[in-house]
Design a protein around this ligand. Sequence first.
Ligand code: UDP
Length: 319
Amino acid sequence: MKVFITGGAGFIGSHLTEALLNAGHSVTIADNYSTSTPANLDRVRNNPALTVYEMDIVEESQAVDRLIKECDAVIHLAAAVGVEMVVKNPVHTITTNVHGTENILTSAAKYGKRTIIASTSEVYGKSGNEKFSESDDLLIGSPYNSRWCYASSKLLDEFYLMAFHKEAGLPGTVVRFFNTVGPRQTGRYGMVIPRFVAQALKNEPLTVYGDGEQSRCFCHVADVVRALMLLIDNKESIGNIYNIGSQELVSIKELAQEVIKRTNSSSEIKVIPYEVAYAAGFEDMRRRFPDTSKINALTGWTPKHTLADIIDDVAESLR
Ligand code: UDP
């Protein structure tokens, strides 16, 4: 297969690119390096089956159209990401996530190409449900709080894909990622694990925001890539939405303690109020736990890496 990946030089995209090349596919990437780096592709740079274009998918819709016409499948990962980035740059977030996806889906529908787009567990918003399932109603916060522009823009992407599927027969699938982590993820845009591990390796305080009782499930990028590889080949996933995440729930305070333990660090934990970390009125999600029975029933997928594996892998890559 010829696979076109937007954001292919990013954290998830570069791992997916390696997996596709290893499986014998050819890969074409469009990436504007806004939150990624060419170095993420160092391990595959000389592979003749890889073509990389520095390209902005919002601005360069004609070039995007040509690349989609030439490929067999599209995996759309390019997006504005990271809670801190989103809170600071809401206009950029909306423009990238809405118009970028609009360009991708318009061309993919025109040529009838197999398409997977990345969405996020953020779309569940402030839901108090114990587990989040794909057909749940969603509880996104007010536009007065710019955090929610990320969830809203990604949710619009999901509606867009479903609309193109219904009206134009687009063979498309949505995936909702729950806190994907692993080597090459940067802490620059807010992500907690690369931050905590980097702080622990320097024996600096680990910055726990809020009361640290908020909880998340962290999924290793290798498991996420495996899920994408299973879905792309599966026609039954067309017109559907899938959660992709781990089942190991951990509070952020416990996470900080585990990182300190596994890295043999002498760091302490420093609690920072949300309004200092982000902005006044910032709203966090208290708990985020995915129901992954849908992708499991379809493909047999379950994550193989534990949180301990993840911390060890990230620590090794940062050392
Ligand atoms: N967080 C933290 N310290 C940091 C960065 C993040 O305590 O230095 C918290 C953040 O407030 C959230 C959780 O860790 O409750 C996960 O944050 P991340 O940005 O990684 O992902 P999110 O789940 O918010 O999308």
